[in-house]
Design a protein around this ligand. Sequence first.
Ligand code: TMP
Length: 214
Amino acid sequence: MIRLITFEGGDGTGKTTQVRALEEYLQQQQRPCLVTREPGGTAPGKLIRKVLLEVGDNEVASSTELFLYLADRSQHVHETILPAINAGKIVLCDRFTDSTLAYQGYGRGIDLKWLRQLNDAASGSVRPDLTFLLDCPVDIGLARTVRRQAEAVNGRVREDRFEREKIEFHEKVRAGFLELAQNEPLRFRVIDAAKPVEVTAVEIRRIIDKELVA
Ligand code: TMP
């Protein structure tokens, strides 16, 4: 049974748009669902998100960053995800445990085995039933992010910490996500996110139709 669907991928791959499109699709089918995200899916999580994304370069150690993401997740699972699942909803989550493996593990070089243990501790071993990995070349994703922010802040481009990271870092994250998907083909669906938004949305709906019937 599908209860938790996660959307993963690098920055600017269009996860948030696709989560909203799927929410609309499920609502049309009268399927109760809840959209949420990490970091920032709860009130304490919003404060954590602010710290994580706004502090300057080199101001937080990799381990501090990691524990902040885990603290956000722990609160999020207990306050938002589990209650929604228990109420019979399908939870659509924009980033979850795989982001920690891809960014802190493959990106920052923190031991993957240890990260899996920490992910389990923070999530109470809640695991996604289905994960869409939105994949596109790093330069396309980053260009989209800069464009989106320029639109959001009246033409002034404001980048957050992760977007200031070197291309190399984002390449490692992308390769990491693809490796995670390859290792768990039953859970992951890799979606070509370089295609137009509507084409990607149709592909996701097609997969959902199959999975929800199965
Ligand atoms: P978002 O803007 O796509 O929600 O993502 C916020 C940033 O946080 C994004 O660059 C990825 C990063 N991130 C991690 O590094 N580790 C994590 O565990 C999560 C959930 C996000």
